[in-house]
Every structure is written in structure tokens, then in C-alpha cells.
Ligand binder design. Structure first.
Ligand SMILES: Cc1ncc(COP(=O)(O)O)c(C=O)c1O
Length: 338
């Protein structure tokens, strides 16, 4: 093949010593070029009718806001994304009415992504009663619930309590998908270990769904890495290791709650303007502070405090010792700008 004769061809200096320097640029594939143009177009009304892929009317619904990688993952899977109202910046809590209204208009069969507990980035979870109302609405409208469970045990310290939302959807004999991550709960981030469970109505449906999973897995990663799975299995199968793990989870969630309380009390004792009670109402690893981008910039420049531009703080990254420093900084930035 002509392309595989690099040494005979004339070199272009800009190619360095690439063995592929004489590979000519292939012509654009028109349908891809259309897609590139479509992806670049910022218009909210854009429509791509060029690709020959059948799409149903369904979209997957994501909470607004959600873990930043959710849109990436789901759009890479070819799904169209929509959001449902979740966080209310005025109350720093759940926009429950907005959530019900948005899911109430979702079309039958649409996938709805829920975070099982310890919602990232807001730290806002529905109450048990609210989950029950959500469950009824989801079943009434025939939506497909997809749970992302990344913080089980880190919210309340109890694996059972933090899986309550999922259990409610499993107990009603309906169907759902559950993606479980062990990155945070077992400190195995680098091992890429998790699981996907799909609860189906009948064994026959389950077998057919499983056959599709295999079709997806084979060209995707073929076989899963074994090391992380071996660690998780060892912990789950050994009573002593399991007890040690759950005791550690409880200690971690207690520490998160303690640091939340300390930060809240420190702001109250400084008389920092505003209501900061959301810090102790929100749960899990994150607090959505409500600080603006401008305020965060100031904290970074003047106090070397780094956080995401949406105002999310990882409480797990805050020590009791650092609380007064953070509280002073927040007090300063809030009083400067009012
Ligand atoms: C809600 C949520 N899901 C999933 C993940 C990532 O899970 P994994 O490390 O298993 O990819 C995160 C954070 O890293 C998260 O916040």
C-alpha cells in the first residue's frame, strides 16, 4: 500500500519525523461535516435532520443542575437531553413543584435520571414523602427511572437509608436502572469500579435486555478490569471487612455533618449577612453555597481558596482547623459586595 512507504516520500518539516507524514488528508465525509457544523451552532432552535439514525421522541431528563459528566456521558450515548427543575436558588433547596411540573409533562417512556442520595452538586435530596410523590408520578406517566448512586453511606452513614429512594422504586414491582459507583464509598476512584443493575418485570424481559447489554459491552470495553471488583467482592463477602467499611462510612458521614455545623456556626457567630442554614440543610459531600462567580474569584485571589465556579464546596475537603479561615474569607467577601 502506497501509504506505508514513508521513507521514499518527500518530508514536510511541519510533520517532524512522523512515519505518517505522507498520509494525505482524506476528503470530509459530508454527513460528519454537517454534524460538526451542527455541534458548533449555538442556536437553541437547532435541529439535526441529516443523520440516518432513528430517534424516538424521548429524551433523557436530567436534574438541573447535575453532575457535570452526566450530559457528556448521555449525549455520547446518543440520547437527546432535557432538564427538569431541581434546585431553587432562592431557598437553596428543592424546587419540588417545578420538578413535578416538568416530569408531569415528560412523554411516556422517557428516561429520568435521579441521583439516589447526596445530590451532586447541590447537596439537596428529596424527603421520603417527596420521593413517594415522585415515584407515583413516574409510574403514572410510564417514565423509566435511572438512578445514579455514587454516595451511598456518605449521606446518613447508613447504606440502607441512602438507598431508600431506589428501594421504593424496586419494591413497587416497576422497572428501573441503577448505576452504582464504588469510587467514593470505597475510596476506589482509580479502579473504575461500579455496577449497572436493570430491574425488569419478567425473567424473559431481563434475558432480552441482558443480550443488548452484551452487544454494548463487547465493542466498548469487552471485559471489565478485575482488580477493583476483587477488592469490592472481598469487602462485601467478609463480615469483619464489611463491618469495618460501614463503621468507616459512618465516621465519614459524621465528620461531614460536624464540619457543616462548624461552618454554619462560624458564619452565624461572625454575623455574616444572609441565611446560611442551607449549609446544614443540605446533605452529603457537597454544599451549594450560593456564592457568585465574582465572589469566588475574590476568594481565590485574596485567600487562595479554590472551588467550582457554581459555588459548590466539597465539605469532605474542609478540615475543622480550616473552618475559621474559610468563614473569615466568606464573611469578608459577602460584606464587601453588599
Ligand atoms: C453523581 C455522580 N455519579 C457518578 C460519579 C462518578 O462515578 P465513577 O467514579 O464511578 O465514574 C460522580 C462523581 O465522581 C458523581 O458525583
Amino acid at each position: 500500500m502506497e501509504y506505508l512507504k514513508p521513507r521514499e516520500a518527500t518530508r514536510n518539516d511541519a510533520d517532524g519525523d512522523s512515519l505518517f507524514h505522507n498520509v494525505p488528508r482524506a476528503p470530509d465525509i459530508p454527513v460528519y461535516a454537517t454534524t460538526v457544523a451542527y455541534n458548533k451552532d449555538p442556536s437553541p432552535n437547532k435541529l439535526h435532520l441529516g443523520i440516518g439514525v432513528y430517534r424516538t421522541e424521548h429524551v433523557v431528563y436530567l436534574p438541573e443542575p447535575t453532575y457535570g459528566n452526566h450530559p457528556n456521558l448521555l449525549s455520547a450515548a446518543g440520547l437527546s437531553l432535557k432538564t427538569y427543575r431541581y434546585y431553587d436558588p432562592k431557598t437553596h433547596g428543592l424546587d419540588f413543584q417545578g420538578l413535578l411540573e416538568d416530569l408531569g409533562t415528560a412523554s411516556t417512556g422517557a428516561i429520568v435520571l435521579f441521583q439516589a442520595s447526596g445530590h451532586n452538586p447541590t447537596g439537596v435530596d428529596p424527603t421520603r414523602q417527596q420521593w413517594e410523590q415522585i415515584r407515583q408520578l413516574v409510574r403514572l406517566r410510564g417514565l423509566l427511572p435511572f438512578f445514579d448512586c455514587a454516595y451511598q453511606g456518605l449521606v446518613s452513614g447508613s447504606l440502607d437509608a441512602d438507598a431508600q429512594s431506589i428501594r421504593m422504586f424496586v419494591c413497587d414491582s416497576g422497572e428501573c436502572l441503577v448505576a452504582q459507583s464504588y469510587s467514593k464509598t470505597m475510596g476506589l476512584y482509580g479502579e473504575r469500579i461500579g455496577s449497572l443493575s436493570i430491574v425488569c418485570k419478567t425473567a424473559d424481559v431481563a434475558r432480552r435486555v441482558e443480550s443488548h447489554l452484551k452487544l454494548v459491552i463487547r465493542p466498548f470495553y469487552s471485559n471489565p478490569p478485575i482488580h477493583g471488583a476483587a477488592i469490592v467482592t472481598a469487602i462485601l463477602k467478609d463480615r469483619d471487612l464489611y463491618n469495618e467499611w460501614t463503621t468507616e462510612l459512618k465516621a465519614m458521614s459524621d465528620r461531614l455533618a460536624k464540619v457543616r455545623q462548624q461552618l454554619y456556626s462560624a458564619l452565624c457567630s461572625r454575623g455574616t449577612p444572609g441565611d446560611w442554614s442551607h449549609i446544614i440543610r443540605q446533605v452529603g459531600m457537597y454544599t451549594f453555597t450560593g456564592l457568585t462567580e465574582e465572589q469566588i474569584d475574590f476568594l481565590t485571589k485574596e485567600y487562595h481558596i479554590y472551588m467550582s465556579s457554581d459555588g459548590r464546596i466539597n465539605i469532605g475537603g474542609l478540615s475543622s482547623k480550616a473552618v475559621p479561615y474559610l468563614a473569615d474569607a466568606i464573611h469578608n467577601v459577602v460584606t464587601r459586595t453588599i
